[in-house]
Design a binder for this molecule. Sequence first.
Ligand code: ATP
Length: 728
Amino acid sequence: MGGSEQRYSTNPGDYKLLEEVGYGGTATVYRAIYLPFNQVVAVKCVDLDRCNINLDELRREAQSMRLIDHPNVVRAHCSFAVERSLWVVMPFMDQGSCLHLIKIAYNHGFQEDAIGSILKQTLKALHYLHHHGHIHRDVKAANILLDTNAAVKLAHFRLAADTHRSTNTFPGPPSWMAPELLQPGNGYNSKADIWSFGITALELAHGHAPFSKYPPMKVLLMTIQNAPPGLDYDRDKKFSKSFKEMVAMCLVKDQTKRPSAEKLLKHSFFKHAKPPELSVKKLFADLPPLWNRVKALQLKDAAQLAVKKMPSAEEEAISQNEYQRGVSAWNFDVDDLKAQASLLRDDDDIAVMREEDENNFFTYYKAGAIDSQSGTRKLNSVKSPQNKITSQVGAIDIKQSEQSEYLNKKEKIIESEIWEPEFPKNIVWTRNGSIKEASTSTVQKDISVNKIKTQSVKSRQTQSGPLLPGAVISHSLSERGWTLERLENENQLLGEKNNHELRQRAPSFSGPLMLPTRASANSLSAPIKSSGGFRDSLDDKSKANLVQIKGRFSVMSENLDLVKDIPVSSVSRRSSQGSPLWKSASVSDWMLNSKQLPIGQATKDSATNNISASLLMTHLQNLFQQTSIQQDLIMNLINNLHSAETIGDSQNGKLPPITRSSEINGTLDSAASERERLLLLKILELQTRMITLTNELTAEKLKYMQLQQQLTALHNQEQNKDNREEVV
Ligand SMILES: Nc1ncnc2c1ncn2[C@@H]1O[C@H](COP(=O)(O)OP(=O)(O)OP(=O)(O)O)[C@@H](O)[C@H]1O
């Protein structure tokens, strides 16, 4: 049981963290030197703020992993808390995970001989764990680690758990989850690992897990409803019959019919598996060091995030829905899942595009389409890995009180962190697929990339949906929106009694604010929150002008005219004041005017009160109307801009013809060129303006509410005074 092993200290100062070599939903893993032994180790820094698990539980699991001793399981040397993170010290697996390898060099999966060896070693690890009463619960390519000697080890200490635990909470990723985990009350056992093992076999064979192109909700439903995935007898001709059979045995929905790890090891596929030294070593023979691969993957993630991951309205709304319903916390209600998933569309483009992007990334990078800059500015602000963790968390978990300040800064954040990712200058991707680096990398050098990556990690964690560059912003916006709404409702309740009379005479704004939801705040084409949906909120006149319904959005004839009149240049930030978009909805102009009305004077006369209230009301109604129309207008403008630019440029030979997937009906998926990025920036500007307008409107409405209450209070005072005078 490793009793002879030297003890590792729990003093963080004894570990010198070097490069980042991996990251997951909750942790970043570094290559490190354990100074007392001058030995290379891996240190996994688990961010406790990103875990649903408490420190004690984590510690217990880390301790239990220390007792594990098997050549195919990564063992924890020790673990200890460092500020808001838990450090787990492990042996360093210098070839990283199978997923890394797939992503960097084997997009379409490994050869069967390598798969056989890797799976056999993994199965041995599972057999050992199951035999000792553990369920791994997170078997996947990302958790199968390799080293230069072709050792294959199953990692991820945190999720190993007691086999006797029978629960509905199973924090595994959707694609790898066994069907029994989705059926409430069924419980699960080690056979759930066998299912995940079968899915991992497909992942290694194809380069991705089945259903991975779908949103998590859909994956869950497909796992329950569809026939189990497997190797296709026709399509997967290159694979042997015995491999196909083995996978089919693992992917049986009825857990009782799945073989145990022990039994599976006796399958002919594993009996004939080659030793890893023969089949696995060659996988990484020509590849650069792990940390350079990881860096390249981070660049790829960052670039994808920057140019393509602006979610469509539906994707984001779905993601929002999941978030609100707590599905990402694995709180399953199968009927509910079914109902929700049936609303999702099958979109094969997602996978195709992802594959294309992966293949094209290095081409873009080499061609200089992605700008390389040094990361000096950001590096200066972060001095140590500990600080880094804290600052990442700080950047994400924004308190409500800080939100307005954050919102003011959001434009800068968007520009500097998403649209202009900073890439280290000194990385060169060479022909044979290796990366050259001018100097040794350090943790500090990675920070700029990490920051972008962290956003993606966070969005994965909380949304179970596509990676959203604006996840943080949208989150704050949503909270802010709801806070205002609640405030407004509270105000209303307070003033309910006094307002009664006034409300009889003037139309009331007592319904929910027509604020965008979290989804719509971040998305150009998301549904607008209103009692009956955006289209319902249009008046009859607007309906008469409706010329096109695009998805959930209506294009009005008057908008079309307006759009035609707007030159593209007029949407730039500097000229925005002169733009019709601003002119028609400038709440601040009106605010100045309204301030000229002396409140005291107005309140002396109740008739005047009512007039000013109804004036305010009319104005606000107009503003609401205008904002709605402008949202449509912006949508339309974007569509026009995009299609005009695209057609124009492709005719001029400036841009490659853009495929169907680049249509902007809420999604700007395939943006590969500089030109497209500029367009995205413009769109972002428009989006920001829309949000600003909404904010102004909301602030104004709150002011109005307060004013209304003051008026009512004064009016009541007057009345009481009159009554008293009458009595006297
Ligand atoms: N001992 C190690 N040696 C080298 N690389 C490692 C080691 N442990 C982990 N890694 C790398 O770091 C990545 C993230 O590690 P891990 O999966 O443990 O993080 P996590 O945040 O707990 O993951 P998850 O997203 O599944 O919760 C792994 O996929 C692997 O590539």
